[in-house]
Design a protein around this ligand. Structure first.
Ligand SMILES: *[C@@H]1O[C@H](CO)[C@@H](O)[C@H](O)[C@H]1NC(C)=O
Ligand SMILES: *[C@@H]1O[C@H](CO)[C@@H](O)[C@H](O)[C@H]1NC(C)=O
Ligand SMILES: *[C@@H]1O[C@H](CO)[C@@H](O)[C@H](O)[C@H]1NC(C)=O
Ligand SMILES: *[C@@H]1O[C@H](CO)[C@@H](O)[C@H](O)[C@H]1NC(C)=O
Length: 351
């Protein structure tokens, strides 16, 4: 029932309001990808059932059963349609924004390479330059199609794979080279340059999603064990070192870059503090029959659980649509003071 009321709310905003921002650009990993990996040669691909079982057009490249965070955010912002993937976006549609996110992608270019092709954050930033030159052409021809890039919303959710698809993966040497503290520093230094590049391209309203509680994913629990704890504590500790440095970076940007409005979304805390009346009582068992090796994705063509609104996890690493709705609503409209810093996405969008 709760699910249905969310849908009605978002539909009514679709009917009555103009979007809160003129355009929305999405950078990130599989939590946001809506089709960019479709044509790539990679194991990080979800173009098969049971993915998309609750999405009107079926398995079209989202790494969950229904809508993902980028979709839900587009609805909350009042867009009439989801933001199209870069892989297939064309024509005037790009004036409302483009989704560059790619499953298995990371801050570091090599992250996720054991799965095959992916579009790293650096490559996503290059794709954004391609979009900007296309926009220039469209607006040069059509005088009434102006876009103010400074008024757009930009969300960036990247770094999860630099841990589960690099540092804590057996296929990479990073864990032998760096302490968790050193690795977090390496990542945030690179991330700082990348976010600066985005600002140089006129992005002013930027929401940066921190890394989630990766030590609580079924994949990491199966792989490493919990030693009597609820989650894999050393993975969560490593991730929190990164998040703490990211918070400082966001503060720095707000102090140093001209007209920058960067906000930090505390995905880690949002996942670990309860949201009232949401169900989601099954926190550690995936809904689909997932593989605990390599991709952590659903085994193709198996029937998933029917109580999808009770499960936090869809496969061994990705949340269900129901969990995405809860976390995205708190990113948009903070429930607890610490959910977002210094304010939430709704405040950023309407400021
Ligand atoms: C010009 O841009 C406006 C606003 O985006 C749009 O409604 C119109 O269809 C465009 N005209 C052409 C010829 O593409
Ligand atoms: C397991 O927990 C015990 C007690 O807290 C600790 O001494 C030990 O180092 C832990 N082992 C691992 C592998 O984390
Ligand atoms: C911002 O300025 C502070 C103090 O002037 C400096 O320590 C910091 O490195 C700067 N950060 C960035 C991202 O430029
Ligand atoms: C999951 O897959 C395993 C191995 O193929 C199979 O034995 C098991 O019955 C499956 N479980 C469900 C619920 O489909």
């Amino acid at each position: 029932m709760w699910h249905v009321s969310v849908l009605i709310l978002s539909l009514s905003s679709l009917v009555y309001g103009a979007p809160q921002v003129p355009c929305y650009f999405i950078f990130g990993d599989s939590l946001y990808d809506n089709g960019n990996n479709h044509a790539l040669i990679t194991k990080a691909k979800t173009n098969y059932p049971p993915y998309g079982i609750d999405f009107p057009t079926g398995p079209v490249g989202r790494f969950t059963n229904g809508r993902n965070t980028a979709d839900i955010l587009a609805e909350l912002l009042g867009f009439e349609t989801y933001i199209p993937p870069f892989a297939s976006a064309s024509g005037q549609a790009i004036l409302k924004g483009v989704n560059y996110a790619s499953g298995a992608a990371g801050i570091l270019d090599e992250t996720g390479q054991h799965l095959g092709a992916r579009i790293s954050f650096n490559k996503q930033l290059i794709n954004h330059q391609i979009t900007l030159s296309r926009i220039k052409i469209i607006t040069a021809i059509n005088q009434s199609a102006a876009v103010n890039l400074r008024e757009c919303l930009y969300t960036v959710g990247i770094g999860n794979n630099d841990y589960i698809g690099n540092y804590f993966s057996p296929f990479y040497p990073t864990r032998r080279i760096y302490t968790p503290e050193q690795y977090a520093t390496v990542l945030v230094q690179q991330y700082s340059l990348q976010l600066k590049t985005l600002h140089d391209s006129k992005a002013r309203k930027v929401a940066v999603f921190g890394i989630g509680a990766l030590g609580c994913t079924p994949a990491m629990i199966t792989m490493y064990g919990t030693n009597g704890s609820l989650c894999v504590d050393f993975i969560n500790s490593a991730v929190q070192l990164f998040n703490a440095k990211l918070v400082s970076l966001v503060d720095d940007f707000n102090n140093n870059l001209s007209n920058a409005k960067f906000i930090y979304i505390n995905s880690y805390q949002i996942a670990l503090t309860p949201t009232p009346t949401t169900g989601l009582s099954i926190t550690n068992i995936p809904c689909c029959n997932a593989t605990n090796k390599i991709s952590f994705q659903c085994i193709p063509n198996q029937i998933p659980c029917s109580n999808r609104n009770d499960h936090v996890f869809w496969d061994a690493v990705h949340p269900t649509e129901a969990a995405d709705v809860v976390t995205t609503r708190r990113a948009y409209n903070a429930l607890l003071l610490q959910d977002t810093r210094p304010y939430d996405i709704q405040t950023l969008a309407t400021s």
